[in-house]
Design a protein around this ligand. Structure first.
Ligand SMILES: NC(=O)c1ccc[n+]([C@@H]2O[C@H](COP(=O)([O-])OP(=O)(O)OC[C@H]3O[C@@H](n4cnc5c(N)ncnc54)[C@H](OP(=O)(O)O)[C@@H]3O)[C@@H](O)[C@H]2O)c1
Length: 296
């Protein structure tokens, strides 16, 4: 089975490449140099040349704050390209796995979001991702959309790596304590995508198509998340940080509004594809151990 990964150089894309290569899949990764998703019309030719059995789209416009300004660009990459990708996969008779976000929700729910809960993005990035999901659903039956949240990992810029850096430089770190969600280790999302692809392969393209959530088990705030990062890092390194201080969203204004509580319920992907769900604290411990063991 030949798997084409778009966004092979991103935080998730790199873990997806490694995970599939370890399982000895025939994986072809491409990045912006080979296919710039600002130009959706280039997609069919690239897919024809790559000739995959399945496509995994890890590429996206991911700068939540800048998306408020670069609206057209974000929409081309996050809506138009997934739409053309789905149309092309449909023409070639192959499935598409696409990664989406908790930011399609408004964050006002009192319980974790399920897949069929109404979406209502509160920022432009969330809107572009919602539109991308819709474009896929209306162009391709054989799709799996996996919404995830608060992604971190060894590659790229992310919250865990930022806190580790700040904890070594500053005595005090101020972190927002009134936004809640589920931290997700990119390695575990990559493993979940592997399970999905294996099922699609085994069932000869008769998988339960549709939308799924995948995130670390449990819920936390950015503040509590930062505290847990620092607590674990102290086992490996002397840190300069003395205090992690909770602040409110009002004290940390950003161009894009964030949902207040965007925790995802991942039961459906676990029951459908046998994907293992791990408490977010356990995954964080593993990632931080890897970070120090491998001198990342
Ligand atoms: N990070 C999170 O907390 C989070 C949370 C929920 C959902 N997600 C979703 O998870 C997926 C993976 O995100 P990530 O965190 O791995 O993001 P990332 O590290 O920013 O990676 C995004 C990838 O998309 C590529 N890309 C951006 N613009 C492109 C363009 N015009 N043409 C081709 N490729 C382009 C980037 O290429 P370059 O390296 O060339 O820029 C990069 O490889 C995305 O769908 C995102 O929406 C992320």
């Amino acid at each position: 089975m030949r798997v084409l990964v778009l966004g092979k150089s991103g935080m998730l894309g790199r873990d997806v490449m490694d995970t599939f290569l370890e399982r000895e899949f025939n994986v072809l990764g491409i990045d912006r140099k080979e296919l710039d998703l600002e130009y959706p019309s280039r997609i069919p030719r690239v897919l024809k040349n790559a000739d995959p059995d399945i496509v995994i789209n890890c590429a996206a416009y991911t700068n939540v704050d800048l998306a408020e300004k670069e609206r057209e660009k974000a929409m081309r990459i996050n809506r138009d390209s997934p739409g053309v990708l789905a149309e092309t996969c449909n023409a070639f008779g192959i499935p598409l796995i696409h990664v989406s976000t908790d930011y399609v929700f408004d964050g006002r729910s009192s319980r974790p979001y399920k897949e069929n809960d109404p979406v209502c993005p509160v920022n432009y990035y969330g809107l572009t991702k919602k539109e991308g999901e819709d474009a896929i659903r209306s162009n391709l039956e054989k799709h799996i959309i996996v919404r995830t949240s608060w992604l971190y990992g060894r590659h790229g810029k992310n919250f865990v790596k930022t806190i580790l850096r700040l904890a070594a430089e500053r005595s005090e770190i101020r972190v927002v304590a009134d936004q809640f969600g589920s931290p997700t280790w990119a390695v575990e999302l990559a493993r979940a995508l592997l399970k999905v692809v294996e099922t699609i392969w085994r069932t000869e393209n008769k998988a339960p198509w549709g939308t799924y959530h995948f995130a670390g088990l449990g819920e936390t705030s950015w503040y509590k998340f930062a505290e847990e990062i620092v607590k674990r890092a102290k086992k490996y390194q002397d840190l300069t940080v003395r205090r992690v201080v909770p602040i409110s969203t009002d004290q940390y204004p950003t161009p894009a509004t964030r949902p207040g509580r965007s925790t995802l319920d991942s039961t459906k992907i676990s029951e459908t594809f046998g994907v293992t769900l791990t408490p977010w604290e356990e995954s964080l411990s593993l990632m931080i151990k890897e970070y120090y063991d491998e001198n990342l």
